[in-house]
Design a binder for this molecule. Structure first.
Ligand SMILES: [Zn+2]
Length: 259
């Protein structure tokens, strides 16, 4: 059984010299490839470096996330990096009005810059949205209208925690929806109802490591091997075998992050 972790951050593992061990443990659990997510100059460089060092096990995604809003960026340099070997998408990027409402306008500008690069290169975007669903949808509608590839979705809403109407709007735009360990949390009944409704061909799974470890690891440092717990819960919820869910989410991720 093969299963893909469609979203994780290698930064802290790298700082602690644990990248190799992490990739080995993931592979032993059948979890490969791993999608290394960027978001800052440092994280982008690391994602590309790992994607090139481990071409079969790691895919790279580069972009600027909301924490970078208001800073100066060399978008041509990002474009060069995004065009390069090993990079399969743009992100993560998007809007977070929960933690950083004061930079909302700068976040929207930076999000649009990321979307322009994604649309121009035909590489899908990895989107974060928290308490900003209306603005996220408005900007994604425009972006999806400029997406010309028929063989891959324009993007994914990662670590989905929104409402069913929000999920339906994203699905109508052609987007993928990705669930993290949050879907296993005790108080996540509403989210589980949404997760049951996403069509098979639009579903992705992720850990968002090192954050948000699923039950029974909740509170510990997350790692890609734990994506199995997300898969197990979703399979149960959607009334299918774990192997079936692994097969279609893996096929979805390979199609979406095509190289
Ligand atoms: Zn993330």
């Amino acid at each position: 059984m093969q299963i893909i972790d469609s979203h994780l951050h290698f930064d802290s593992f790298h700082a602690e010299g644990e990248v190799e061990g992490l990739i080995v443990r993931a592979a032993e659990a059948g979890v490969s490839p791993l999608v290394a997510i960027g978001g800052s100059d440092e994280a982008n460089r690391l994602a590309v470096e790992l994607a090139r060092a481990y071409p079969d096990q790691v895919y790279g995604v580069v972009g600027y996330d909301r924490d970078e809003a208001g800073k100066a960026h060399d978008l041509d340099a990002l474009l060069d990096l995004a065009r390069g070997e090993g990079v399969v998408g743009i992100g993560e990027t998007g809007l977070d009005y929960h933690y950083s409402a004061d930079s909302a306008e700068a976040q929207r500008h930076l999000f649009v810059d990321n979307l322009d690069i994604a649309a121009g290169l035909g590489k899908p975007v990895v989107v974060h949205s928290r308490e900003a669903d209306e603005d996220t949808l408005r900007l994604l509608e425009d972006y999806a209208g400029r997406w010309t590839r028929k063989d891959a979705a324009p993007g994914v809403l990662h670590c989905f925690t929104g409402s069913l109407p929000f999920a339906r709007c994203l699905i109508d735009l052609g987007f993928m929806i990705s669930f993290s360990g949050i879907v296993t949390f005790k108080n996540a009944d509403a989210l589980r109802e949404v997760a049951a409704e996403v069509p098979d061909e639009r579903l992705l799974i992720e850990t968002d490591s090192p954050y948000l470890a699923p039950v029974p690891y909740r509170g510990k440092r997350n790692e890609p091997a734990y994506v199995l717990e997300v898969a197990r819960l979703l399979a149960e919820l959607r009334g299918c075998e774990l192997e079936t869910l692994a097969a279609y989410t893996t096929a979805n991720a390979l199609r979406f992050f095509s190289r």
